[in-house]
Design a protein. Structure first.
Length: 159
C-alpha cells in the first residue's frame, strides 16, 4: 500500500527547513542581481496573505518585498513565494470545504500588475465572483483578467 497523499493543510504546515537565506549565485544573478535571496516558509506566505482585509488587495511582489525585508535578504525567491501562495490558497479552500468560516482570503492576492491567478481554487470564475462581491471591478484583457485600480487598494502587510 502506498503512502496517503498529503492534504493541502499538511503541505502548508511542512516548513521543509525554511526559511533559508542564500547567496544569489552566478546562475541567478543575471535575473536577480547580486546579494541574497530568501526562500520563506509556506506558513509565512500564508500568514501575510491572511492579513489582507475585505476590500483590500496584495500582490505576490508585495509579499516578496515584505519577506525579503523580514529576513534581511536582497529579494525573496519569486518561484517559491508563488508556489507557497498557491499551497496557501488550496489549504484555505480545503478548510472552507470542511466547514471553516475563517480562511486565508487567497483571492485577494494577485499576480504582478493586478492579474487574477487562474491556478487558485475556483479558477478565474470563482476569483472574479469573490472580488466583485467585495467591491472590485474585474476586466478582461485578451485571455487575462485584472482588478481595475488594484494599486489603490493595496493592504499594508508589513511587520
Amino acid at each position: 500500500m502506498g503512502a496517503s497523499k498529503k492534504s493541502w493543510r499538511e503541505k502548508l504546515a511542512d516548513d521543509r527547513g525554511f526559511p533559508k537565506v542564500l547567496p544569489i549565485d552566478s546562475t541567478k544573478s543575471k535575473r536577480w542581481g547580486v546579494g541574497t535571496f530568501v526562500i520563506a516558509a509556506p506558513r509565512e506566505v500564508d500568514q501575510l496573505m491572511s492579513r489582507v482585509g475585505k476590500g483590500r488587495l496584495t500582490t505576490i511582489d508585495q509579499l516578496r518585498t515584505v519577506l525579503a525585508k523580514r529576513h534581511g535578504a536582497t529579494i525573496a525567491c519569486p518561484m517559491t513565494t508563488g508556489i507557497f501562495a498557491w499551497i496557501a490558497a488550496h489549504a484555505a479552500a480545503e478548510s472552507e470545504h470542511d466547514g471553516s468560516k475563517r480562511i486565508t482570503p487567497y483571492w485577494r492576492t494577485l499576480k504582478t500588475g493586478g492579474e487574477l491567478n487562474g491556478k487558485y481554487p475556483g479558477g478565474i470564475v470563482g476569483l472574479k465572483k469573490k472580488l466583485i462581491d467585495e467591491g472590485h471591478t474585474v476586466i478582461q484583457r485578451g485571455k487575462r483578467f485584472f482588478v481595475v485600480d488594484f494599486d489603490h487598494r493595496l493592504a499594508s502587510i508589513d511587520d
